[in-house]
Ligand binder design. Structure first.
Ligand code: ASP
Length: 339
């Protein structure tokens, strides 16, 4: 019998109405009493709940370290892991965990829901049941089909560090615009084996150090020098994610170029990603990004913002120089970029 560990962190999924009609967290230790369908899956399920459970808006770097600790301590004892998590920051958590959990040979599937598990029209039961099935899925050699951190939501399995929450209300809350879905659940669960990451033969490594000396400069027409300076000179900043237009373009006003140059001269690393939901940065394709190439701005290719920020947190947590971090940013570490 497959053994799966459910890590319940919080989010809408775990809510039921109490006798006064108020939404209150559901006790996942009694998961099979509340979702009797689970007994028909014939898996051995164990649950570890965060205490306190969190709306995912309150998830932070410590929460990620807590999740990694739980997975590390239980890695050998389970066939797969399902993390129940609020959808709001699920793509950040999935991205962070993808970097922190190296050489996975077991699935780590995040899921949640748009409606609480206790509501009649809930999407929680399908998301939970299929996430468990995916976490338990084995190939003909008895090895896990999925060996990476994923998000399962509304009949689709996404690579965690490629996914984005794109809908606040629809059940179809996630997309991975720059990467194919890893599996679709219909009558059967069809895995897209051509794009799934291969099972790692190296030993599993749990990285538990993160640092966040990163700020975000999202540009917009009419941006002011005061705003740009405030971002660049914020205390403790060692890296800036520059969210440019289209293929990585920015305004070319001399004050703007000088501000960025001042940051680079101070040793600040600038990683550029695009504000577009799909596609990638190509510094130097247009006149309006040539100045960035000259300064040594790193092109983030098709990284999502969620993957960019968590990759930087992860790399700053390793003992690396700025030059080494810049180099790693352009390497495909966990399937997060099309390098
Ligand atoms: N605010 C909730 C959360 O992210 C929404 C959800 O669970 O989908 O925790």
């Amino acid at each position: 019998m497959q053994k799966l560990l459910v890590i319940y962190t919080g989010g809408t999924i775990g809510m039921v109405q109490d006798h006064k009609g108020m939404l209150v967290p559901f006790d996942f230790n009694n998961i099979t009493e509340n979702v009797p369908e689970l007994t028909r899956l014939n898996y051995k399920l164990e649950v570890i709940s965060f205490d306190p459970i969190l709306d995912s808006s309150n998830i932070n770097m410590n929460s990620w370290i807590q999740m990694v600790n739980i997975i590390e301590e239980n890695y050998l004892n389970y066939d797969g892991f399902v993390i129940l998590h609020g959808s709001d920051t699920m793509a950040y958590t999935a991205s962070a965990l993808s970097f922190m959990l190296e050489n996975l040979s077991k699935p780590v599937i995040l899921t949640g829901s748009q409606l609480p598990i206790g509501e009649i029209r809930t999407d929680a039961k399908e998301n939970l049941i299929t996430a468990l099935e995916i976490a338990a899925a084995k190939d003909e050699n008895g090895q896990s089909i999925v060996n990476e951190v994923c998000i399962y939501f509304d009949y689709q399995l996404f690579r965690g560090n490629r996914a984005k929450k794109v809908e606040a209300n629809k059940f179809e809350a996630f997309r991975s615009p720059n990467f194919p879905v890893l599996a679709e659940a219909g009558v059967h669960i069809n895995f897209n084996s051509e794009v799934l990451l291969p099972r790692s033969e190296s030993s599993f490594i749990a990285h538990k150090t993160l640092q966040n000396p990163v700020s975000l400069l999202k540009i917009f027409p009419g941006i002011s020098p005061a705003y740009v300076n405030a971002v660049i000179h914020a205390a403790g900043v060692k890296a800036i994610i520059l969210e440019g237009f289209g293929a990585g373009n920015t305004c070319t006003d001399s004050w703007f170029v000088d501000c960025l140059q001042a940051a680079v001269s101070k040793g600040i690393l600038i990683l550029e990603i695009t504000q577009c939901i799909g596609g990638n940065v190509e510094i130097g394709r247009y006149e309006t990004s040539k100045h960035l190439a000259k300064m040594g701005v790193v092109g983030g290719l098709d990284l999502t913002f969620e993957a960019a920020i968590t990759k930087l947190m992860f790399l700053f947590g390793q003992d690396l120089t700025i030059a080494e971090i810049a180099n790693q940013l352009t390497q495909n570490l966990r399937g997060e970029i099309t390098a």
